[in-house]
Design a protein around this ligand. Structure first.
Ligand code: CA
Ligand code: CA
Length: 244
């Protein structure tokens, strides 16, 4: 019995280590192969301009217009916009003629909205706890004398959970922003949204986000007790034959 209590103490002692903050990056943790409803990061869109939190997954990963040099796949809607991709190459990727030239900076996500609706990158919280969310949106394509820029939103779930929003004209962007101590439930989603603002011409947008989250103590205690129970069960099964 004393031994089991020590095991519990040891297992619970792990909680203080496990309760440290966890950081995830939309850029570093981007996937070109997996995009599901349960992915921590997912790539989505909306066919309309309603911020209801219901955004279908982009099903296709390709470079349908052979848009970039070198060719770089991105999530798209069956060969059409929106597009959501990542540049982790360490250098800028350039758009090819006949398109007007511009560059995709390294360590950013490219988001281009459809003519109507949104391009969306979603973080799904794996825990109940609090999160600090740091993000940045910048125009990537300075072409187009009459380009009107984009509108952007950071929402928890549907519109009622809007954390931040704004807009900028073509050729500009925003400074990095941080929203702190956002309460999230396990499975709850934070949506990073690019809206064409009426005209989707030249709306290629550079985006990045980092989420640092801390599971709430109750969640960690349950996790710790689960680990401790498992450990004791294993000890019992190992000790059984020896006792017999
Ligand atoms: Ca632009
Ligand atoms: Ca626009």
């Amino acid at each position: 019995m004393i031994r089991y209590q020590l095991f519990f103490a040891a297992a619970l002692g792990c909680c203080s280590v496990a309760s440290a903050s966890i950081t995830t990056s939309a850029v570093d943790d981007f996937s070109n192969t997996t995009n599901t409803a349960t992915s921590e990061w997912s790539y989505r869109w909306s066919p309309d301009s309603v911020r209801d939190g219901d955004y279908p997954l982009l099903a296709t990963n390709s470079d349908p217009a052979t848009l970039w040099t070198p060719t770089t796949p991105y999530w798209n809607n069956g060969g059409s916009l929106p597009g959501v991709g990542v540049n982790q190459s360490g250098s800028a990727i350039n758009i090819s003629p006949p398109f007007l030239p511009f560059s995709w900076p390294t360590d950013t996500i490219w988001m281009h909205p459809p003519s109507t609706g949104f391009a969306v990158v979603t973080w799904t919280s794996p825990v109940t706890g609090t999160a600090d969310i740091e993000f940045e949106f910048d125009d990537m394509d300075p072409n187009g004398a009459f380009a009107n820029g984009v509108r952007w939103y950071v929402d928890v779930g549907d519109v009622s959970g809007s954390l931040a929003n704004g807009s900028f004209v073509g050729g500009t962007g925003i400074m990095p922003m941080t929203v702190t101590d956002v309460a999230v439930n396990s499975g709850e989603q934070v949506h990073f949204i690019v809206d064409p603002f009426g005209d989707f011409s030249f709306d290629s947008t550079a985006f990045r986000a980092t989420v640092t989250y801390v599971p709430e103590p109750a969640s960690m205690a349950l996790l710790g007790l689960g680990a401790a129970s498992l450990f004791v069960t294993n000890r019992k099964s190992l000790c059984g034959p020896r006792a017999a």
